[in-house]
Design a protein around this ligand. Sequence first.
Ligand code: OOG
Ligand code: MG
Length: 262
Amino acid sequence: MSSLQEIDQEIVAYLLEAEREKREVEKITTKYPHLTFKEAYELQKQLIEKKEEQGGRRIGVKLGLTSKAKQEMMGVHEAIYGYLMVDMLSPEWEPIQFEQLIHPKAEPEIAFLIDEDIQGTSVTAEDILRVTKYVAPAIEIIDSRYLDFKFTLVDVVADNCSSAKFILGNKWVSPKGLNLAEIGMYLAKNSEVATVGTSAAVLGDPAAAVAWVVNKLGETGQGLKKGDIVLSGAITEAISFQPGDTIIAQFADLGSVSFTCK
Ligand code: OOG
Ligand code: MG
């Protein structure tokens, strides 16, 4: 019988290898069906620590499953979170290399740039707006390491919530004076609109989603730090893309962000 610690190390190595080799793998709950949600976050923590040992650096946090529709689809009542690492940030002018990914999808989000350390368990959306220097349009590129992008909540949390890349728009604006809960947007692929949505889809207000993650982190004595970037969660469903495709997310009030896939 392997010890829990050995199982954890095996799972973390399995997921990191899938990412490195750009190969989709069977989800971990097939082999370990009794893993809990709490253990999944422990696995995620170990996976991030491994990335840090290998030279990676955390630059922020991302939320997932922030829409009621997506939560219902997964049969859960809570959002999830993962970490953004410095090598996930892709400049807008640099093409996304398809062969560095497995089966990527793009989704539109609003990014927050945090200007002051914040930690607690009763943090509100107002508190988040107070410590947010800028918001910006963002596209997250998710790339689950699991076969056919299919997984349970435990699987996806352990896999750092499918994180792979993200792109930030070059126009940063103060959230003061904006109604962040009502920003309309569309995502287009090769000039054809693919999805449309409003920021209200993100837990009613993306700032409330960021407050949720701060409170969640607060339960284990963690928080956000000055300079952190937060991706507040997808506003619409994610769309697939192929080499040659150009994707643009166009937001009211915030401007746009785009990338081309090579
Ligand atoms: C999980 C990650 C979802 C979001 O913004 O909802 C996510 C997935 O759907 O693969 O990043
Ligand atoms: Mg996302």
